[in-house]
Design a binder for this molecule. Sequence first.
Ligand SMILES: [Zn+2]
Length: 297
Amino acid sequence: MKTSNWRKRVMAAGLVLLLAAAPAFDASAHGSAGLQGPDSGIPPENKEGRKAAKQSANKEKKVAVIIDDFGNGQGGTEEMLSMPIKLTVAIMPFLPTTKSDAEQAHKKGFDVLVHMPMEPKHGNPKWLGPGAITSDMTDEEVRQKVEEAIDDVPHAIGMNNHMGSKITGDERIMSIVLKVCQERGLFFVDSKTNYHSIVGKLAVNMGMPPVANHIFLDDRHTISHITGQMKAVEARAREYGNCVTIGHVGTQGQKTAAAIKSSAAEMQGRVTFVGISDLVRDIWGWHPAPILPSNNN
Ligand SMILES: [Zn+2]
């Protein structure tokens, strides 16, 4: 595996991040700064210049929409998998449609993540699903859970956390999770269920891309709220050149899918919808290089 080059680049990006005044894990904002010539505040001198600057700026506004909680045939699954924009689907392991969702998403050209269940500070443990990481596990047990989850989700190029407000603040456990991801050639996306998450800091220290969610789309399940969140996504992409956003399949999944679809159609030409791996490559120079488990070969 050719890893030395991207490691160097990621280490260099990490160093820059540590020096930035912004929160260390909110790296995408920083990482995109170099792409924002037209938004630099220097006014182009003439009409043509302004037009060219505008066109060039449009090219650089990238939005990665991650949809969580696949794997259990929940509401909105079909609608999301037939979405006319590129999505990233986060699939929970060991569930009835884990494998078929992954195959369908991959065929469609979507990015696939392992949606790793992790203990929250509050909330019903039943929502965690099988294979979850809990704070009472030994180092070896955590490692095994992560390995098994990666082995169960075909085509995964990265991982993000399902719930996990407790675990993403636990340095011992997250160090192991990130280490296994690194060994397996995957990156980790912090879903940001915990404002005090230490994942971004750990990722930078380990030379991994500190990818994180910026905006939850469906924390309230109304079309008007989700549409408003999509506007916030565009605003962030306009300001920083990119935005990572998370929505869900579930009891309200069809509503979320409908709102994303109509907002995306309305945003056509102003932003580009990309997979999370495109952002990870563009911002941090990281190329996922998943090491496939024997049972997926
Ligand atoms: Zn989830």
